[in-house]
Design a protein around this ligand. Structure first.
Ligand code: C2E
Ligand code: CA
Ligand code: CA
Length: 537
C-alpha cells in the first residue's frame, strides 16, 4: 500500500506520457542529429574528392604550361632536330600527367618524344577553344595506343596528350562516388569517372575562379571546385548510400534501446495502474466491510488547556490488522471518485458521538475534514443538514475543515462556504500556508477560522526564517478577525509562544493524541460554558 500516494490516475497518465517521450524524444533527436552529422560528413567528403580532382587537373594544366614554355624557349624547335628531341623526351619523362608531347602542324603531330612522325599523327578537329585559349580535343584515339582515349591540348605550335582518366583517377574506394572535370565556359565534360548528370554542373559559371561549394541534387551531395587558373571545374557527386548507411547504423543502436526503455516504462505504468485500481478496489471493499472508524483529537483553549472541541480523523484498519494512514488513502479515494462515499461514511460515524454531545451546553464541537470535491457537490449540504436534524446538535457544534486546495475552483467553493455558514456551521481553512492561496484571496471568503499548519507551528520558537512567517500568519488572521487553531503542537515552548501571540486554540500531541469516542466523552469535563462560537480569543 505504500505506493498508494503515487498510484493516482494522473500519475498513470503522466507515466504514459513519459513512456512516449522517453522512447520517442531521444530516438528522434539522435536520428535528426545523426542525419545532420551525416549530411555534414557527406558534404565534407564530396569536397575532399572534388578538391583532389581539381588539384590533379590543375597540376596537369601547370605541367602542360611549363612544357609549352620550355619548348617555346628551345632554339630552332620546329626543326625537330636531335636537341629538340632530347627536350621532348625530358618533358615526357619529367611530367607525370603528360603522356606525350609534340609539335603540331594543322591537326597533326609531326614530331614527338618518339621522333619524327611521317606520316604525322592525325588528331582530328578541335572540339573547343577554352576561355584560356587552349585548343582542346576531348576524345582522341591514337593508333599505337588504342583503345585508350586521350585529351589533347595544343596552342597551335605544341600539343600535349593527357590520359583521359588521369585527373579523375583519385583513389576512390567507396561505391556511389562519381567524379568529373568539365570546362566551365562551354560546359563540356572532359573526363568522368562513374555516371554523370548535367544537373551537377548547375550554375557552374556563377562560381568565381578558385571558389567551391556543395549542394544537393536528387538525394546526392555535389561538390563543385572551380580552378583559379584554368577554364575547368572539378565535380564530385556522392550518392545517399553512406548517408542512409549512417542513419541505419544509428537507428540499429537507438531503436532497440528506446524500445527496451519503453518496455520498462510501460511495465511500470501498467504496474502503477494496477496498483491504483487495486487500491481503489480495496477502499471500496473497506467501505462495504466497515473497515473504517474515526478517532477524535481534542482542540484546546491555550489559556487554560480546556478541551473545547475535537477534530474527527478517519482511520482504516485492513483485514490483516494493519492501519493505513489517511495521508495515503484519502488522495487515492479523491482520485478514484470515492471521496463522497468516504465523507458520507465519516458523517455516519460521527453521528452517535455528536448526538451525545448535543446535550452539552458548552458548545463542544466536532471538526470534520472535507475534501475539495465535497465543496463542489450539492449532496454535501444535504448530508450536513441531515446530520444536524438527526442529532439535534446546535449547528455551531459542527465545524467544517477545508484545505486551501478546495478554493482553486473559487466560485462554487465560495458559494458552498456561504451556504454552510447559513446553516450555522463554522468553516475553517485547513493546512493554511501550505498551498498557493494568499491571505488577500482569503478575505473574499467568509471563513470563521484558520488552522495554522504543523509545518509553521514546528518553526515557532526556532531561529528559522519561517518562524516569522508563522507570526505573520497569526497577525494577518487576527487582522481578518479569523479564529485560529495551531496544529501539531508538540512542545510546551511552542504553546507558550503561541499563547503570547494570542493564538486562542491549539491541537497536538502535547495536549492529546487522537482518542476513540468513548475515551473522549469520558474525559470531557463537566459542562462549563465556553463560547467558541466565533473561535476567537
Ligand atoms: P490534518 O487535517 O492536517 O490532520 C492533522 C493531522 O496531524 C492528523 O494526522 C493528526 O493525527 C496529526 N497530528 C495531530 N497532532 C499532531 C502532533 O502533535 N504531531 C504530529 N506529528 N502529528 C499530529 P492524520 O490523522 O494522519 O491525518 C492526516 C490527514 O488526513 C489530515 O490532515 C487530513 O488532511 C486527512 N484526513 C484525516 N481524516 C480525514 C477525513 O475524515 N476526511 C478527509 N477528507 N480527510 C481526512
Ligand atoms: Ca484537518
Ligand atoms: Ca491540518
Amino acid at each position: 500500500m505504500t505506493s498508494l500516494g503515487l498510484g493516482r490516475s494522473r500519475m498513470v497518465w503522466f507515466a504514459v506520457a513519459l513512456v512516449v517521450a522517453a522512447v520517442a524524444v531521444p530516438v528522434v533527436l539522435s536520428l535528426l542529429l545523426a542525419r545532420e552529422q551525416a549530411r555534414v560528413d557527406q558534404a565534407r567528403r564530396a569536397s575532399i574528392y572534388a578538391s583532389d580532382v581539381l588539384r590533379r587537373s590543375d597540376d596537369a594544366g601547370d605541367q602542360i604550361g611549363a612544357a609549352f614554355r620550355r619548348l617555346a624557349a628551345t632554339p630552332d624547335v620546329a626543326s625537330c632536330g636531335p636537341a629538340v628531341h632530347a627536350v621532348l623526351q625530358g618533358i615526357d619523362v619529367g611530367s607525370s600527367y603528360i603522356q606525350l608531347i609534340g609539335l603540331v602542324r594543322g591537326d597533326a603531330i609531326y614530331c614527338s618524344s618518339y621522333g619524327l612522325h611521317d606520316p604525322p599523327i592525325a588528331l582530328g578537329p578541335v572540339d573547343y577553344v577554352s576561355a584560356t585559349r587552349a585548343r582542346v580535343r576531348q576524345n582522341v584515339q591514337l593508333d599505337f595506343a588504342a583503345p585508350q582515349r586521350f585529351i589533347v591540348i595544343d596552342n597551335g605550335r605544341f600539343a600535349a596528350v593527357v590520359h583521359k582518366s588521369l585527373p579523375v583517377d583519385s583513389t576512390v574506394v567507396e561505391p556511389g562516388v562519381s567524379l568529373a572535370v568539365a570546362s566551365v565556359s562551354t560546359g563540356r565534360v572532359l573526363a568522368t569517372r562513374g555516371r554523370f548528370d548535367r544537373a551537377w554542373m548547375h550554375d557552374a559559371a556563377a562560381l568565381a575562379p578558385g571558389a567551391h561549394r556543395t549542394f544537393n541534387v536528387r538525394g546526392r551531395t555535389i561538390a563543385q571546385y572551380r580552378s583559379r587558373n584554368y577554364d575547368v571545374m572539378a565535380i564530385a557527386s556522392l550518392d545517399a548510400g553512406n548517408y542512409n548507411g549512417a542513419l541505419i547504423r544509428m537507428a540499429r543502436v537507438l531503436v532497440p534501446i528506446g524500445l527496451a526503455l519503453g518496455l520498462v516504462l510501460a511495465y511500470t505504468t501498467h504496474h502503477l495502474a494496477r496498483q491504483q485500481m487495486s487500491a481503489a478496489a480495496a477502499i471500496r471493499s473497506g467501505l462495504v466491510r466497515n473497515e473504517f472508524h474515526v478517532v477524535y483529537q481534542p482542540i484546546v483553549r491555550l489559556s487554560d488547556r480546556r478541551w473545547v472541541g475535537a477534530e474527527v480523523l478517519l482511520r482504516w484498519r485492513r483485514p490483516d490488522g494493519s492501519l493505513v494512514r489517511p495521508d495515503l488513502f484519502i488522495p487515492v479515494a479523491e482520485e478514484a471518485g470515492l471521496i463522497s462515499a468516504i465523507t458520507e461514511r465519516v458523517i455516519e460515524l460521527v453521528e452517535p458521538t455528536l448526538a451525545q454531545l448535543a446535550a452539552r451546553e458548552d458548545g463542544f464541537f466536532l471538526s470534520i475534514n472535507f475534501s475539495p470535491q465535497d465543496m463542489h457537490r450539492e449532496g454535501t449540504l444535504d448530508l450536513l443538514r441531515e446530520l444536524l436534524r438527526r442529532t439535534g446538535v446546535q449547528p455551531k457544534q459542527v465545524h467544517v475543515e477545508v484545505t486551501e486546495r478546495a478554493f482553486a475552483n473559487t466560485l462554487s467553493a465560495r458559494d458552498m462556504v456561504r451556504r454552510m455558514r447559513d446553516l450555522g456551521l463554522l468553516v475553517a481553512i485547513d493546512d493554511f500556508g501550505t498551498g498557493y492561496s494568499s491571505l488577500a484571496e482569503l478575505t473574499t471568503f467568509e471563513l470563521d477560522a484558520l488552522k495554522i499548519d504543523k509545518a509553521f507551528v514546528d518553526t515557532v520558537g526556532s531561529d528559522a526564517v519561517t518562524s516569522h512567517v508563522a507570526f505573520h500568519i497569526v497577525e494577518m488572521a487576527r487582522g481578518l478577525s479569523l479564529g485560529m487553531v495551531a496544529e501539531g503542537v508538540e512542545q510546551e515552548g511552542q504553546a507558550a509562544i503561541l499563547l503570547s501571540w494570542r493564538v486562542p486554540f491549539g491541537q497536538g500531541w502535547l495536549f492529546s493524541r487522537p482518542l476513540p469516542a468513548d475515551e473522549l466523552l469520558a474525559r470531557l469535563p463537566g459542562v462549563v460554558d465556553v463560547d467558541t462560537s466565533a473561535m476567537a480569543s
